[in-house]
Design a protein around this ligand. Structure first.
Ligand SMILES: C[S@@+](CC[C@H](N)C(=O)[O-])C[C@H]1O[C@@H](n2cnc3c(N)ncnc32)[C@H](O)[C@@H]1O
Length: 351
């Protein structure tokens, strides 16, 4: 054993352990609005943060101290002031934008709360059903993805498929499969009022939220949300576009599901798939995104698929596996799209 390596590893271990604590504190900051209360305010005393946030003083004080120690806030010991730098506010106090990173922190407690149960399934097999993550689970996915979908989906991602974009503009029939809380459909429906949209998901609570989100938008007519198994879903018309976002890797029975979706897709239609960005080989995923996604896989994605007796593809399924699945489902054309993103990969598949 090398002493220097023990020292190096100890430092890494403490970084990770304190990182977990920092993530919990950031969750609190996002959830309570503390970051928003400090955003753009410059240096603030404890009293000022308490007044602006309306939260309990002693909790705010300890949170501020923790956030200073983990490098999220700056501290002036002379004046005893705390400051959220603008660059941090850009990422943490920017809900519903495409640069908001708070959603990822938001997902951490909802996943880690399952750690004791997940340790059990390591012994006995099985999994934790999607519904067991409850409202927090649905909310976290919503907060994590919403900004990207509302700001990048139509005018950036779909622009890489100009024919599809034109079809949507002129009036297309669109299905968002595994639509969750409906953000993709609702954003597309307001951008492309001539098109018709269906959001389908098997999770009743997600569909209820999607319908609520739709009700909050005025003059929305071209949208329908359905809680239904795709194998039983019989639409009156085939779809020109099927979107499947952050969902294929979660599927219990991906081949039969993709087969069914192929049948619902018009012969000249396109399926647009959004998946976590990972390399195909483990050795190429040894970085912070790989560590994040393998964690998410164990704490949510793989485990909820295994709970359904599914394949448990996991968050890090990768492009090669997706191509294989699409071929097994009968699709003839598979394209990985050249859309820049640090965390997300994009695919177009066709008959
Ligand atoms: C990670 S969430 C993504 C939700 C949404 N597409 C988004 O990107 O925010 C995966 C979704 O797939 C849904 N799902 C999983 N298996 C499904 C199936 N067989 N049929 C329909 N929806 C399914 C889940 O209920 C969940 O809402």
């Amino acid at each position: 054993m090398e002493k220097s390596k023990i020292k190096e590893f100890t430092a890494k271990a403490f970084d990770d352990i304190s990182g977990a604590m920092a993530s919990g504190l950031v969750y609190i900051g996002v959830r309570t609005g503390l970051f928003r209360a400090m955003s753009g305010c410059g240096p603030m005393t404890l009293l000022e943060v308490v007044e602006r946030s309306g939260l309990t003083s002693r909790y705010v004080e300890e949170w501020l101290n923790g956030m200073v120690c983990s490098g999220y806030l700056c501290y002036d010991p002379q004046r005893k002031t705390f400051e959220l730098p603008d660059e941090h506010a850009f990422m943490l106090a920017s809900d519903q934008t495409d640069h908001f990173i708070g959603g990822l922190y938001y997902a951490i407690p909802m996943m880690l709360q399952m750690a004791p149960k997940i340790a059990e399934v390591f012994f006995n097999g099985g999994g934790i059903p999607f519904t067991d993550y409850g409202d927090e689970g649905i909310e976290a996915i919503d907060i994590m993805n919403r900004g990207m979908y509302e700001h990048r989906f139509a005018d950036y991602w779909l622009k890489s498929l100009p024919v599809v974009y034109d079809q949507l503009t002129n009036g297309a029939n669109v299905l968002d499969f595994g639509c969750g809380t409906g953000r993709v459909i609702l954003m597309l429906s307001s951008k492309f009022p001539r098109s018709r949209f269906v959001g389908l998901d098997t999770d009743n609570a997600s569909i209820t939220k999607a319908k609520k989100h739709a009700e909050s938008i005025e003059h929305i007519k071209n949208v329908e949300f359905l809680c239904e198994d795709v194998q039983q879903f019989e639409p009156s018309q085939k779809f020109d576009l099927i979107t499947v976002c952050d969902c294929v890797h979660d599927l219990a029975d991906p081949i039969n599901t993709l087969r069914r979706l192929r049948r619902l897709l018009h012969s000249s239609g396109t399926m647009f798939i959004v998946e976590p960005k990972v390399a195909d080989r483990l050795e190429d995923n040894i970085n912070s995104i790989g560590a994040l996604y393998y964690g998410m896989s164990v704490f949510h994605c793989m485990t909820q698929s295994l709970a359904d007796g599914g394949l448990g593809l996991g968050t890090c399924m990768g492009s090669a596996r997706l191509k294989e699945l699409s071929e097994d489902a009968g699709f003839g054309h598979f394209t990985k799209l050249e859309i820049k993103s640090q965390t997300t990969s994009f695919y177009s598949i066709r008959h």
